[in-house]
Design a protein around this ligand. Structure first.
Ligand code: FES
Length: 214
């Protein structure tokens, strides 16, 4: 299958990172209410992601292409994961089989960073998952697709699907690519639980955010 290339031209919907409208269809979960302003803020802070173009995506009728320039850390040891209301995520926030969008607790330079948090039975995770990336059934991943930078959103069982070109990632296998054009997994976040039962990062994502990277 031929997938649209970043330099394709077409009737794409516009991208927030250049101040244009963002299709609400990019956000297919509880964070669907991410406002344009918030998303633009995310692009300017977390990713330093600058729009370079929009492109056609005939399969999904929505696209978003970014070029990453910011290389700084997003999470670090001890940074708490919070929900969209700013409340810290705890061990009881999700039941097995559920997922949600979380963010790093705000600190200078970082105000929003959509992160996919999932919870499965620990026995559901593959042996390929390193210790430190799953705690009490929780695992966390970047929501920025590694193909062209759209936000992954739709859930299909153990997989999370990118709406732009139907890239698929298996959340129980370290977000390994199981379909579509992405060339590498979604970066995973090392996490742990504090003595207070709150989920925190123990470092930054294990790979580059968004398109490109190794
Ligand atoms: S941006 Fe193309 S599959 Fe996600």
């Amino acid at each position: 299958m031929d997938y649209p290339k970043p330099d394709d031209d077409g009737d794409s919907e516009s991208c927030s990172c250049s101040g244009q409208a963002v299709s609400p269809s990019l956000y297919g979960d509880a964070r669907a209410e991410i406002r344009r302003r918030d998303f633009a803020k995310f692009l300017a802070t977390v990713g330093g992601l600058t729009a370079v173009a929009s492109l056609s995506a005939p399969l999904a009728s929505t696209t978003q292409v970014f070029e990453r320039s910011y290389e700084g850390p997003i999470y670090s040891d001890g940074v708490a994961l919070i929900d969209e209301n700013g409340d810290r995520v705890t061990e009881t926030t999700l039941a097995e089989g559920e997922h949600m969008t979380v963010f790093p607790e705000p600190r200078p330079g970082i105000e929003d960073a959509p992160t996919l948090l999932v919870r499965f039975a620990e026995s559901d995770y593959s042996d390929a998952i390193d210790e430190g990336f799953v705690v009490s059934g929780y695992a966390a991943f970047s929501k920025i697709c590694t193909h062209a930078g759209c936000l992954v959103a739709e859930r299909e069982g153990n997989e999370i699907v990118c709406p732009c070109h139907f890239g698929k990632f298996d959340m129980t296998d370290g977000a390994a690519v199981t379909g579509g054009p992405p060339g590498r997994p979604l970066p995973q976040l090392p996490i742990t639980l504090t003595s207070a039962g709150e989920l925190v990062a123990t470092g930054d994502f294990d790979g580059a955010i968004g398109p490109g990277g190794e």
